[in-house]
Design a protein around this ligand. Structure first.
Ligand code: PLP
Length: 460
């Protein structure tokens, strides 16, 4: 074991500020430096191999090192590495990708794509599109954004203001005015109901009451994830989203589905909106759009949202144009990677595999939950799964974070070559969508053994 001074000098930690990470903790527990990846497996600089149960960060949906994507990036860079899409110039991969995305989301009614570099930016664009939409529709007072508690939409100030988790918000208060969060249907912990559908009805009603309280003519949009991810994998009941669509329609509010994690197959259907049978007004993509091979985000809009941006004026810089854009919007390498990635998702029918393997995964975890006293809740859909740990099942009391219970389990899993994400009280499992049932067994058996060992250690 290196001593404190060597650790303070650890090249992995001494010069980087890592996202959402305690530097002192990291100096003691340096991160695993990943340097290789193939399929669902990754390797570190020490030569250890892991099954990637988190698909990078919910994003490497087709798996690591896919030669088709590598080739698409090389072919594109041989022709052109970058060119701007700011209006009077564009590039072919971004045009082709927009066309492909519109084809894929045609059942949801999407007609145009706006590109950015990731999920936060794509949500930021959605929020700004909503505001400008209402301005151009003659309702400039419709500016408020309602989202859900436990929701995660990113870190830029607009997306952050929509987040419904104190941890992400508190260091940056005051956030933007006009962002409001209502209750999420979190079955395991809520004061309202033990019945999932009833809980969904109550949460939908609370949203409607909030819209009415705020004054419907002040509300621009409702923004939510079809299944909440970073908030702990909160799956709403089937009736929730259709009910929300009705409520949005009743009050003229735009509906934005943040599909950054759920888009492109993770839930067992191509999109979360499709799984719930709703047509949002905007769909927000990133992550699985190109499995993280090159940063990319996209905000899809339907004809309703696109309409007021059409103008008869014969000038480029009219105030009616969407007044927003980043240098890397429609980056050709990112779009080329996305075209190759989405072809794999469709050709290999990865949503179907996520659904089938995900059901098997959930069945195995439910069995584990029935005999492990520290698994409070297991929830998920497709290959988006959360395991909520508790110190006491009867009271649902949580462990103190400083007890490190989950971290010890995580360490044992890592030592056995299984990488899953330990996010506060919940383990998040979001592997590549190519996962097999045999690989599910590897994850579940390792987690089971790690939990049993740590629980025994804690009980003494
Ligand atoms: C649902 C959702 N929206 C938005 C984001 C933000 O995406 P990014 O980290 O690419 O900015 C994330 C990231 O995890 C997410 O899970």
């Amino acid at each position: 074991m290196p001593g404190a001074i060597e650790r303070a000098n650890d090249p992995l930690t001494r010069n980087i500020v890592y996202p959402f990470a305690n530097a002192t903790f990291l100096a003691k527990h340096p991160p695993i430096c990943i340097e290789g990846g193939e399929g669902v497996f990754i390797t570190d600089t020490q030569g250890n191999r892991y099954l990637d149960g988190q698909a990078g960060l919910w994003n490497v949906n087709v798996g690591h090192g896919r030669p088709e994507i590598k080739q698409a990036i090389i072919d594109q860079i041989d022709k052109l590495s970058y060119y701007s899409t700011f209006g009077l110039t564009t590039n072919k991969p971004s045009v082709d990708l927009a066309e492909m995305l519109c084809r894929m989301t045609a059942p949801e009614g999407m007609t145009r794509a706006f590109f950015s570099s990731g999920g936060s930016e794509a949500n930021e664009a959605a929020i700004k599109l909503a505001r400008q939409y209402w301005r151009q529709m003659g309702h400039p007072a419709r500016t408020k954004i309602i989202s859900l508690r436990r929701g995660y939409h990113g870190v830029t100030l607009g997306a952050l203001s929509a987040n419904g988790y104190t941890y992400y918000r508190e260091q940056f208060e005051p956030l933007l005015p006009g962002f409001i969060q209502t209750e999420t249907p979190y079955l395991y912990r809520n004061p309202f109901s033990d019945d999932h559908e009833e809980l969904g009805r109550i949460c939908a009603e609370l949203l409607e009451r909030e819209i009415i309280y705020q004054g419907p003519t002040s509300v621009a949009a409702f923004l939510a994830e079809p299944v909440q991810g970073a908030g702990g994998v909160i799956v709403p009941p089937p009736g929730f989203w259709p009910r929300i669509r009705e409520i949005c329609d009743r009050h003229g509010v735009l509906m934005i589905a943040d599909e950054v994690v759920t888009g492109f197959g993770r839930l067992g259907s191509m999109f979360g909106s499709r799984a719930w049978g709703v047509k949002p007004d905007m769909m927000v993509f990133a992550k699985g759009i190109n499995s993280g091979y090159v940063p990319l985000g996209a905000t899809m809009i339907n004809a309703r949202v696109a309409e007021p941006f059409n103008t008869e004026e014969d000038a480029q810089f009219t105030p009616r144009a969407f007044a927003h854009g980043n240098t890397y919007a429609g980056h050709p390498l990112a779009c080329a990677a996305a075209l190759a990635n989405l072809k794999i998702v469709e050709d290999e029918n990865l949503p179907a595999n996520a659904g089938e393997v995900g059901s098997y995964f959930m069945a195995r975890l439910r069995e584990l939950q029935s005999r492990q006293p520290n698994i409070g809740d297991v929830r998920g859909m497709g290959l988006m799964i959360g395991i909520e740990m508790v110190a006491d099942k009867a009271t649902k009391k949580q462990f103190e974070l400083t007890e490190g219970f989950s971290h010890k389990i995580w360490e044992r899993c890592v030592a056995k070559g299984i990488l899953i994400r330990n996010l506060a009280e919940t383990f998040i499992i979001s592997p590549p969508l190519t996962l097999t049932k045999g690989q599910v067994d590897m994850i579940v058996d390792t987690f089971d053994a790690a939990l049993t060992a740590v629980a025994a250690e804690v009980r003494g």
